[in-house]
Design a protein around this ligand. Sequence first.
Ligand SMILES: [Zn+2]
Length: 443
Amino acid sequence: MENAKKILDEQFDELVCSLQNVIRFNTEKSDPAPNAPFGTNVKQCLDYVLNWAKSFGFATYDCDGYAGHADFAGTGKEVLGILGHLDVVPAKQEEWRYPPYSAEIHDGKLFGRGAMDDKGPMIACLYATKALKEAGFVPSKTVRLIFGCDEESGMQCVEHYFSQMPYPTVAFSPDGDFPVINREKGIYQFDVVCGKLPHGVKITAGDRANVVPSLCTVTTVEPLTLKSPKVACEKTSDGYIYTATGKAAHGSTPDEGVNATHVLIELLDDIYRDNETLRFLEHSVRDTTGKKWGIALCDKESGSLTCNLGVLRTSDDGTLTATIDIRFPVTYNCKQIYELLRANTPKQFAIVERHVSEPLHVPSDSNLVTTLMDVYNSQMHTNLQPLAIGGGTYSRCLPNCVAFGPLFPHEEQTIHMPNELIMLKNLRAMAQLYLEAIYRLAK
Ligand SMILES: [Zn+2]
């Protein structure tokens, strides 16, 4: 393996050059074309990477343009999967210091959309596998690099791919954080179709279940005495608009934001004491821990449930619908969450599932997790523990998979933001980590 590490280090400039070429494909999702379900750019990038892998001597497979893989064949039947993606979230050119698809290098930083998420780490894994091959390593497991093409906008790629191909025996996804994320809370996003608001009252807030709304407006025909410095009032030709401002945050960490609906719900419930919808919002939903609702769950593996009231909409007949995102601890399942919600919600209010995902939980003492932790801690001279998170990574798309990098602890996070970048020294370090991880898991 020492020889492979040396080869990888010697090929680092070539790795960087390949990565620049891959970043230069603008792989934002676009209109489908034949064999290119996510647009021709994404498909061209997939072709490029697979052809490149083929030139290294790996067998490649294009799964109808949804995803593809490159195999470093092993002697046995088992497969080590490495799951990443080539598609990116859109970049607004004017917000970037350097053009997002030019892959410029300045001060040891490679700038570009996808540099960290997820092209950089996948190209690092590809070169790590190549170096192992060139060093003469013969794995027992086949090392399979799987390149998804739709991770950022629906994950149809893996759905389609795994309908055609078996799951790897064991896998990691370089699309999260170092050292290892082995526990991801379950996701339960749903609507509660409540009753009617008081006559003439409308509440509007948020666009997405998984974002803490930073703005909430209440319109009324009659003026209200809302005594709060946090609420602004404006008179219009048809009535009044009351606006509360909060602070946006990701729905999996609602306490990092300020939910703009909370202050208005409290004030309205104070005024309209007999409205069952407002009472439900105030006395059940307006709590990020789920305690008031009677759904506060907790386990030692992943901590406490979180509850984000993401969207409020009032229909023309005055019926209020609340869209909520719950992240629940890993030792529970979606069915239990539904039953708990149903038992604690007025029975006349419908609960309609939107997007749900069972938790990811690969035990901390499993061979996969202990091996990756050991690879990380020994190379980086740390003594860290595996992580539990409330968000969802790619690794929950398949069983027995954990996230392994690419973000180092305390490193500035630029994923999905303008000026996304990868530090070349980190790219070099992660390539070596991936090399050792592949070696130890596939040997
Ligand atoms: Zn990603």
